[in-house]
Design a protein around this ligand. Structure first.
Ligand SMILES: Cc1ncc(COP(=O)(O)O)c(C=O)c1O
Length: 367
């Protein structure tokens, strides 16, 4: 299988897997236990917390582990449901781990306003000020989009709202290891991460919380994670996430250069051999390309590529054979026909030029 769907998930790094296996085998003691082996488990978690904090310019005590990006987003949004200022502003290209949660918490009085994006998927920051209300309790705008790879001007947005005392959350699940993240430089209040998007394990993520904020637990139980996330910690997953984050930052420049090379090679060949294909250009998260093939349904294209052992994704939410136009592609102005003919190709650090050539050759044959 040639895998070009790294925005969906990434293969785990062998050295991360090895560490996780060692932890699972040798360090099973509960990190809340005070005897020696429990303290060892605790120290493994704290090392990983430090690694993740270092990857985003944070302090260890600002990192809270979760079961992934979805839970981290939920924790921020459910906090709003339980506070006085219940108005939330989001962009029109947010992940369902934001939009569906906001639907769910409507009955608690949470209201949502949406900032549109331009045809490159970038939020129209000038519209933001008109949406702010006296009861706006949160602005949540993703750092990088998972379908088209647009990167949002978070720093500029924070500057714009600096006169208002409104916390800003960013879903940075797609960003770590591909663009630099410095929470202090961004001036962000909350930031969500997920390990399986940067060659770490699935089912583990983290939320950065700037200490001045008033976050509430979402998973309620024991006093783990300083009382903000109940449940015995997933020690191996957390260790895997910490190491994956450290390696993602260490290799970031090499990895990004490789992704850009693959991308350029693909786009040049596409232009030459399949000129009818339409590249949905953005300011571009490295390695993620959204391409429409007018007149061809994306689910059929995907199935034919799958038959040739190539894994890509379509730009639209796919439910048991019924494909619906993607909300993100709608938001950038694609009509339904083009929307439903869009593929997302997301390269990874281990893809090769030969694999990209095979993709082009196969697309030519299919089309
Ligand atoms: C932008 C974005 N946010 C959140 C998530 C959910 O993360 P997780 O799978 O860790 O729950 C994803 C995963 O697809 C994503 O791309």
């Amino acid at each position: 299988m040639i895998y070009f769907d790294h925005s969906a998930t990434t293969p785990i790094r062998p050295e991360v897997l090895e560490q996780m296996n060692i932890v699972n085998r040798d360090y099973f003691a509960n990190p809340s236990s005070i005897y020696k082996t429990g303290r060892k488990s605790r120290s493994l978690i704290e090392k990983a917390r430090f690694q993740i904090a270092a990857a985003i310019g944070a302090k260890s005590e600002q990192i809270y582990f979760s079961s992934g990006g979805t839970e981290a987003n939920n924790q921020v949004l459910w906090t709003i449901a339980n506070q006085k200022n219940k108005h939330v502003i989001i962009s029109s290209v947010e992940h369902p781990a934001i939009t569906k949660v906001l639907e769910k918490i409507k009955p608690y009085g949470v209201e949502t306003s949406t900032i549109p994006v331009d045809d490159k998927g970038i939020v129209l920051t000038n519209e933001l000020m008109n949406l702010i209300r006296p009861n706006t309790g949160l602005i949540s705008i993703m750092l990088a989009n998972n379908e088209i790879g647009s990167i949002q001007p978070i720093k500029e947005i924070i500057k714009k709202i600096s006169n208002h005392n409104i916390p800003l959350h960013t879903d940075a699940v797609q960003a770590l290891g591909k663009i630099e993240i410095d929470v202090n430089e961004l001036g962000i209040d909350y930031l969500s991460l997920s390990a399986h998007k940067f060659y770490g394990p699935k089912g583990v993520g983290a939320l950065f919380v700037n200490k001045d904020n008033n976050i509430k637990p979402f998973i309620i139980g024991g006093d783990q994670e300083n009382g903000l996330r109940g449940g015995t910690e997933n020690i191996a997953g957390i260790v895997g996430m910490g190491l994956a984050a450290e390696l993602a930052i260490k290799d970031q420049n090499t990895c990004v250069a490789k992704l850009k090379k693959l991308e350029k090679h693909f786009l040049n060949n596409l232009k030459e051999h399949i000129p009818s294909a339409k590249h949905n250009k953005t300011n571009n998260l490295p390695g993620l390309i959204s391409i429409s093939f007018p007149g061809n349904k994306s689910n059929i294209l995907m199935a034919k590529l799958d038959r040739a052992s190539i894994a890509v994704s379509n730009g639209s939410a796919c439910n048991t054979g019924n494909i619906k136009p993607s909300k993100v592609l709608k938001a950038i102005g694609l009509d339904d026909n083009i929307n439903l003919s869009t593929l997302r190709i997301s390269f990874g650090k281990d893809n090769t030029i030969d694999e990209v050539d095979f993709l082009i050759k196969t697309l030519i044959e299919i089309l």
